[in-house]
Design a binder for this molecule. Sequence first.
Ligand code: BGC
Length: 554
Amino acid sequence: MPAAGGFDKGNGKGYPGKLTPFVTVTCIVAAMGGLIFGYDIGISGGVTSMPSFLKRFFPSVYRKQQANSSTNQYCQYNSETLTLFTSSLYLAALLSSLVASSVTRKFGRKKSMLFGGVLFFAGALINGFAQGVWMLIVGRLLLGFGIGFANQSVPLYLSEMAPYKYRGALNIGFQLSITIGILIANVLNYFFAKIKGGWGWRLSLGGAMVPALIITIGSLVLPDTPNSMIERGQRDEAREKLRKIRGVNDVDEEFNDLVAASEASKQVEHPWGNLLKRKYRPHLTMAILIPFFQQLTGINVIMFYAPVLFNTIGFGNDASLMSAVITGLVNACATLVSIYGVDKWGRRSLFLEGGTQMLICQAIVAACIGAKFGVDGNPGELPKWYAVVVVLFICLYVAAFAWSWGPLGWLVPSEIFPLEIRSAAQSVNVSVNMAFTFVVAQIFLNMLCHLKFGLFIFFAFFVLVMSIFIFFFLPETNGIPIEEMGQVWKNHWFWSRYVGEDDFVSNAPSQLVVVVLLRLYFVSAGGKSTAAAVLRIAAAASAAGGATIAAQVQ
Ligand code: BGC
């Protein structure tokens, strides 16, 4: 029986190709699509802790905050409208990622990125000039629509573009720009909050126009992925593009596999309904559970509300924003660790190490906060060392997330789906992610108020569950070409029940069959080809699972 991870690397198929400057630059530009998402995550937390912003748009929260520095700290920020401001974006992103599925499939990954940039730009503009809560919410809905498009298309784009040996590292460029976006936002909040006259929040919110422009312009200059070009019938251009991307002339094997995947994908009329087929059970499970678990690590409690949280545990406004900068820095730097290690150590070891580290840190943070704040939320005098210990363990927790669930939550789904369901399944991934980001953002302040320090125990429980899940159910996907991924399920102790030998047939053996058939035919027909005979061979090729050759012969 294969190990829990199903570590078998399958038929060991590989394609020639290098990490060319062309593909590197292309992936860096595309990965910048993560900036808009990151910028927003970082900016909203800081803005909602700026007194001038609260006073103008959420006066009741402001009054509560001013009045009660000595009462229950756990509940001072608890306001439905304030959380709605933060979380409305995620509902919009959820809806638009579903629409983005068809755009990405029919018009290519670039078009979705373009829509993403333009919508996000419009949202940032409205937010920067907001005069009332309604403008803030409309702006955030537009930002959300933009993020839905970008998060649906950018990870797919990267995974398709990258040579398979470097797919992990290049794909994590997306997460890296999310973290850089968060960090830039944290730093800007820190400085803008100091602007006299209290209008710094306008710069924070309006500043989102900059990353929006980057992805908009980027999407106009980037090439489309060969997979997507083939999917839209541009085969010759796709072959040329593949040569350029891989930096070698001999791209036939990979090209044929892409054509095969595209042919198989064209047979599918209803990609959404298709997702429910038995052989896609592992994919659907991962598309739902990976983003669900990613959010249940509780990371966004720190990302959205770090300043609020640090304020709650006794830091002043300035120190709180500064602590958010520190966690932002740790988040970005630790992502580099996964870029370095993901294609060396594999996905599973990062997931499992990260999970264990997060669990330990959450338990310690819960104990620290519980010990000082108790259940009434009234800490009295807080010593300096105490704040240092809490921030330290929060940083270790963020680092663990940043090299495990953060990047892998986007990488793994984008590399496991076969082309025929890729776009739809990725939309499921994004929308589940957004749905639970919404839930966490919406109920966090309320949970902090009621669960108090137990909030950290709540998330720790889920971290334990998700680590067990990874151990038993996620096969290693490192080092396997994206259109060959089917084998990892067939070799897995559990998923092999759902994925049979005939599902996701690898093209390597069938191509051999077809070549032999073609040779035999030409020998027997004296080298003359008739349309009927060619069709017979094509049919035989199809039956052998060689849609590639079938497609070429037809
Ligand atoms: C998650 C976000 C999170 C961010 C933190 C991303 O992978 O999807 O929800 O805020 O990582 O770096």
